[in-house]
Design a protein around this ligand. Structure first.
Ligand code: ZN
Length: 359
């Protein structure tokens, strides 16, 4: 589609429209990554690195603090909603308007128009966020070039409707397998029923009182829940196996090891034959007590909200950088056929970040 490089001196809404008209469904980001790289390389105050279809640009002013502005450049598949369309009410429609090319446009605008920020800046543009976690470009950069992600604080411009969402909860999924002995159900006393053995696990879950810890002023809500149960052989057989799948969503004051230890402890006196960790992604601290974050909160205003789902902020946390989500898109519109964003939101987000970085 687009042949010419991006014009970073368009205003942010116009630049958002330009980015939306540059399709970049996950796996097909190369052309957009090329354009972003080319546009950034034209800015003499930035050094630019590239790894795959991930582009990282930095100022090197020797400032006391360094903050990171990050966003993914991919979108979910297009649903007859490209090219973009600006309506008479100042709403821009199209794939990626909310999630998250409006955020990427704001990043690019700050990169182009704030050559002497009060904090050193690192801009991260990465691919494959909307697909399997092992493909995630931010994860690849963190593995291959962790030094590119060093900083004091990071802002992910994911759609958050202009709210600051701090940190994120961790998620742990375990399989609790119980064992028994098969027998004909007409002579059940000859066997041992693995589904019945799972009953104390369910009782423990039903009685579980989740914590609501307050961290950096944000209240998180944990949850320990069965999300699946599997067992049974046939209508006339005492089952010899049962698996309860349990998901623990935990607050960022627990490490991955502590979360796992807690779940083991909850079920310590249940008769579990096998305890399997099926999936585990750690939590991220909001880090709002850091001076850079406090200045950010003062500039953007409002009250931070805790993030209950798992997001890429925890990839920053894993490399020691506290991070928040703050972006102009509306998360409720992400991935929808009628995805859109209010132009006024984009402009507001850019103004607030500019105020923070130039005060
Ligand atoms: Zn997104």
């Amino acid at each position: 589609m687009a042949e010419t490089p991006l014009d970073l001196f368009l205003d942010a809404p116009a630049l958002t429209a330009r980015l939306v008209d540059f399709p970049s469904v996950s796996g097909g980001e190369k052309a957009l990554a090329d354009a972003v790289e080319e546009a950034l390389r034209a800015l003499p105050h930035l050094t630019v690195d590239r790894y795959g279809n991930n582009v990282v640009a930095r100022t090197n002013l020797g400032r006391a603090e360094r903050v990171i502005l990050a966003g993914h450049i991919d979108t979910v598949p297009i649903a007859d909603n490209v090219p973009s369309r600006l309506d008479e009410n100042g709403v821009l429609w199209g794939c990626g308007t909310s999630d998250m090319k409006s955020g990427v446009a704001v990043q690019l605008r700050i990169a182009a128009t704030v050559p002497e920020p009060n904090r050193d800046l690192t801009f991260v543009f990465y691919d494959n966020e909307e697909v399997a976690a092992h493909l995630n470009g931010l994860g690849h950069v963190a593995d291959a070039h962790p030094d590119w992600l060093t900083g004091d604080f990071a802002v992910l411009l994911e759609p958050s409707d202009g709210q600051v969402e701090g940190g994120c909860q961790g998620t742990l999924r375990v399989l609790l397998r119980t064992a028994g002995e098969r027998a004909h159900s007409a002579r059940g006393w000859m066997g041992s029923n693995a589904i019945h053995t799972a009953a104390p696990i369910l009782a423990r879950l039903a009685a579980y009182e989740p914590r609501r810890p307050v961290i950096d002023g944000l209240e998180y809500r944990e949850g320990l829940n069965a999300v699946a149960i599997e067992g049974g052989v046939a209508g006339n057989v005492i089952p010899d196996a049962c698996t309860v799948t349990v998901n623990f969503r935990y607050a960022p004051d627990r490490s991955e090891q502590e979360a796992l230890a807690h779940v083991r402890e909850v079920f310590a006196d249940c008769d579990i034959a096998e305890f399997v960790v099926d999936d585990h992604s750690g939590a991220a601290l909001p880090g709002l007590s850091h001076p850079a974050a406090a200045a950010f909160m003062a500039a953007v205003g409002g009250t931070a909200q805790p993030k209950f789902g798992w997001t890429d902020v925890s990839r920053f946390s894993a490399v020691g950088v506290p991070a928040v989500n703050y972006g102009p898109g509306n998360p409720l519109l992400a991935h929808k056929r009628d995805e859109h964003v209010a132009v006024e939101r984009i402009t507001h987000c850019e103004e607030r970040l500019r105020a923070w970085l130039t005060a």
